[in-house]
Design a protein around this ligand. Structure first.
Ligand code: NAI
Length: 209
């Protein structure tokens, strides 16, 4: 099944399926019915069946889903085995936390370089990766050809850095800066992340209690 034939809303749910199926695999569960998976994930069985029908062949009447096969298929669609070379810009509190705590490799990325404009940080290491000065970005990208950039820099710096990185061949941004990056190229993808938005969703739900 190619990506183009799966709806965006199903794709948005895939990481969650992948995570839950991973937990089931760890517990050595070989197969699971749509009803049980739905109860675990707080979805409906029909939603699960509709979503997972996109991957054809894994759900069988009276058998359920083969956990390992379904997880492998979803992983393939998500690209977890790609190891896209990834760089990070901004090695402050947030950048350091993300570099140290996110397992890039299990999510299809390999963090290969970290850059910061502050010369005092040059030479420090985070997650065994030396922090380089932003002056070295061009040479590094020329040599290592990163595809993804994680942006952990202030809002004001984001647009300029993003444009510079697009020129250097970056195709995707995982953008934590508080600047909603939109890039007018059809071959560039952006995922803007705002942890505060998630908290606001929570406060909305608390209000509704
Ligand atoms: P910080 O001040 O600890 O680190 C920012 C780092 O970016 C510094 O090391 C600074 O030298 C570097 N920097 C500034 N301009 C740069 C440039 N042009 N090129 C390369 N490096 C540059 O700040 P912190 O806490 O790490 O936060 C980083 C940004 O992320 C802030 O703007 C903050 O508002 C935002 N943020 C976003 C969150 C989200 O959920 N999206 C959550 C927390 C922070």
């Amino acid at each position: 099944m190619s990506k183009g034939t799966i709806s965006v809303s199903v794709i948005k749910r895939l990481p969650r399926y992948y995570r839950f199926l991973g937990e089931l695999e760890k517990q050595r569960v070989e197969r699971i019915s749509s009803g049980k998976l739905a109860a675990l994930m707080k979805l409906t069985a029909s939603q699960i069946r509709q979503d997972l029908n996109c991957f054809g062949g894994f759900g069988q009447q009276g058998y359920g889903y083969n956990v390992a096969e379904l997880r492998a298929e979803i992983g393939k669609i998500l690209g977890v085995d790609k190891g896209y070379p990834t760089i990070m810009i901004g090695a402050g509190n947030l950048g350091k936390a993300i570099a140290s705590h996110i397992n890039f490799e299990s999510r299809g990325c390999k963090l290969i370089g970290i850059f910061d404009i502050n010369p005092k940080l040059t030479g420090e290491t985070v997650a065994d990766i030396p922090i380089r000065h932003t002056d070295d970005i061009e040479a590094f990208c020329g040599e290592h050809k990163p595809v993804i950039a994680v942006l952990c820099i202030p809002k004001e710096a984001t647009r300029q850095i993003a444009e510079r990185l697009v020129e250097l061949g970056i195709k995707a941004f995982w953008n934590y800066s508080h600047y909603d990056l939109t890039i007018e190229h059809s071959d560039i993808v952006v995922e803007n992340v705002h942890l505060g938005d998630s908290l606001l969703t929570l406060t909305y739900n608390v209000n509704a209690l």
